[in-house]
Design a protein around this ligand. Structure first.
Ligand SMILES: O=P(O)(O)OC[C@H]1O[C@H](OP(=O)(O)OP(=O)(O)O)[C@H](O)[C@@H]1O
Ligand SMILES: O=c1cc[nH]c(=O)[nH]1
Ligand SMILES: [Mg+2]
Length: 209
């Protein structure tokens, strides 16, 4: 598995703003979208391109580069993943969207799946999972299991913040998946929250804290 920590100054600045205890839901949501957008830019850096023929402005035919296949499905993990979705779609507006719903049981920290609606031809698409937090890794592993069961072969994930414990768990379970994150933080606390982290991203995005 390749883990990419994107250390661009714009991303570091925005993640720093998100760590402020008194941040409003409005600001947190906006920043989640902006960092999601910047992570998408990095994650799509190596998409294959091909030469296609077009008619240029002079009327002459011209070869231009075009993204090969253009087959991406964005996979936001409910709820918190919705906070990054607009930022991702901003750069890949034609992507199909496959929604999965999982929450983490507060006592056991195990993921509980409650919804999925995945595009039909997922076997022919690259899945781009989006979720602000990669903590124990349980939610991501369950999501990748689900996508692979449905035939998906190429999977990437975008996370605002990731914990070393979760990265190691995902790497052991799914070594073929590429992870892009704005920050690899220090560790998990006893309740499975990332430190220094962002707190509960879903509650902050939806104003339910
Ligand atoms: O790596 P893990 O230990 O599995 O934890 C990460 C998950 O926890 C959060 O979701 P949460 O369960 O709070 O659901 P929500 O998005 O509805 O708030 C987060 O958005 C991830 O999906
Ligand atoms: O730190 C964490 C861990 C899991 N889920 C969150 O929203 N935040
Ligand atoms: Mg939550």
């Amino acid at each position: 598995m390749a883990i990419h920590e994107i250390t661009h100054p714009l991303i570091q600045h925005k993640i720093g703003l998100m760590r402020e205890a008194a941040i409003s839901s409005k600001d947190f949501r906006e920043l989640a979208g902006e960092v999601g957008n910047l992570l998408t830019y990095e994650a799509t850096r190596h998409l294959p391109v091909e030469l296609v023929d077009i008619k240029g402005w002079t009327g002459e035919s011209l070869k231009v580069k075009s993204i090969k296949g253009k087959k991406i499905t964005v996979v936001p993990i409910l709820r918190a993943g919705l906070g990054m979705l607009d930022g991702v779609l901003n750069l890949i507006p034609n992507a199909k969207i496959s929604v999965v719903g999982l929450y983490r049981d507060e006592e056991t920290l195990q993921p509980v799946a409650y919804f999925d609606k995945v595009v039909k031809n997922i076997d022919k698409r690259t899945a781009l999972i989006v979720d602000p937090m990669l903590a124990t890794g349980g939610t991501l592993i369950a999501t990748i299991d689900l996508l692979k069961q449905k035939g998906c072969k190429k999977i990437m994930g975008l996370f605002l913040v990731a914990a070393p414990e979760g990265i190691a768990a995902v790497e052991a379970a799914h070594p073929d998946v590429d992870i892009y994150t704005a920050s690899i933080d220090d560790r998990l606390n006893e309740k499975g929250y990332i430190l220094p982290g962002l707190g509960d991203a879903g509650d902050k995005i939806f104003g339910t804290r």
